[in-house]
Design a protein around this ligand. Structure first.
Ligand code: CAA
Length: 287
């Protein structure tokens, strides 16, 4: 267990933020989840409670341990409640402006100068977020995968300013305390996993868009032909089509390669509010 990091804050209680908080609480850490207001904070609590219930049903934990984990998480509508945290993980919407503002605020609020400010961004340069603070050496990417309680990987993203000590400390925390497997990436849009995954998902969207194959057949092809747990369009629906489009835009802005350009169908679906599982309809329909 990490010697130093015992008090963790998570900014954002959506699917990723809630998952990160759940994993921290299940590792025995004192955890605060910060949302924009009390209503959103309540929704985050319900999200975590549902996931813990699922973990109990699946035999991953028992009811008492799950209840203890939930009790270890405080929910707040005020960033100021993160003042005494030793690690804060930002996991808000994939928007550079919103994230930059949060890092500027966290820099003023989090008191311990040795605290680490991490971002769960998938594609926004970590350097840019570090530059919004006066401690860019303590800012890095700590990128989890959805669903966070299930997938074992984290990417540790090191900006040009991140100190070797901060990177080593977070890696040790991710591995020893959270029980995750860590890989390291330099600070390039998409890091390792999304730089490979997103062009594949976009190729699947183009196939469906051109009428080359149906969404169902594209997914069946990869599930049954390549043993992927879910096909690329189901996966896009799980990630959220707005998030897929944002990551694609960041990759395209960084590398200017056509394979990263979001196809028109994806952009139209986002505009139409067909964002995947979270809105009940994306490439597939959900109850
Ligand atoms: N806590 C702990 N374990 C849980 C759990 C929870 N809340 N919920 C489910 N599980 C466990 C189950 O017990 C089961 O474990 P076993 O295999 O040991 O029995 C496992 O998770 C699978 O659960 P289910 O059987 O309920 O679900 P499933 O078999 O239908 O799988 C899935 C669902 C895990 C989502 C699977 O389809 C999958 O892995 N899909 C791919 C997801 C993926 O690629 N994610 C990456 C997205 S990219 C990203 O996140 C990064 C980004 O920046 C966009």
């Amino acid at each position: 267990m990490s010697a130093r990091i015992r008090r963790v804050g998570v900014v954002g209680g959506g699917r990723m933020g809630a998952g990160i908080a759940e994993v921290c609480a299940r590792a025995g850490l004192d955890t605060v989840v910060c949302e924009t207001d009390a209503f959103a904070a309540r929704q985050a609590r319900e999200r975590i409670a549902r996931s813990l219930e699922r973990a109990v049903e699946r035999g991953k934990t028992d009811r008492a341990t799950a209840a203890d984990a939930l009790a270890r998480i405080a929910f707040s509508g005020d960033l100021a409640d993160l003042a005494d945290r030793q690690l804060v993980v930002e996991a808000v919407v994939e928007n550079a402006e919103a994230k930059t503002e949060i890092f500027g605020a966290l820099d003023k609020i989090v008191e311990d100068p040795q605290a680490i400010l991490a971002t769960n961004t998938s594609s926004i340069p970590v350097m840019r977020l570090g530059m919004a603070t006066r401690r860019a050496d303590r800012v890095l990417g700590l990128h989890f995968f959805n669903p966070v309680p299930v997938l074992p990987l984290v990417e540790i993203v090191i900006s040009l300013h991140t100190s070797a000590e901060a990177a080593a400390e977070v890696e040790e925390f991710a591995v020893t305390t959270l029980g995750k497997t860590a890989i390291r990436s330099q600070d390039r849009a998409g890091f390792v996993v999304n730089a490979l995954l997103i062009p594949y998902v976009l190729a699947a969207v183009r196939m469906a868009e051109s009428g080359f194959a149906t969404a169902t057949d594209v997914d069946a092809g990869m599930e049954l032909g390549c043993a992927h747990p879910m096909g690329p369009l189901k996966l896009a629906d799980l990630i959220g089509l707005d998030t897929v489009a944002s990551i694609a835009e960041s990759l395209y802005a960084e590398f200017k390669e056509p394979l990263y350009a979001p196809p028109p169908l994806l952009l139209r679906m986002v505009e139409a509010g067909l964002l995947g599982r979270k809105t009940g309809r994306g490439f597939h329909i959900y109850d």
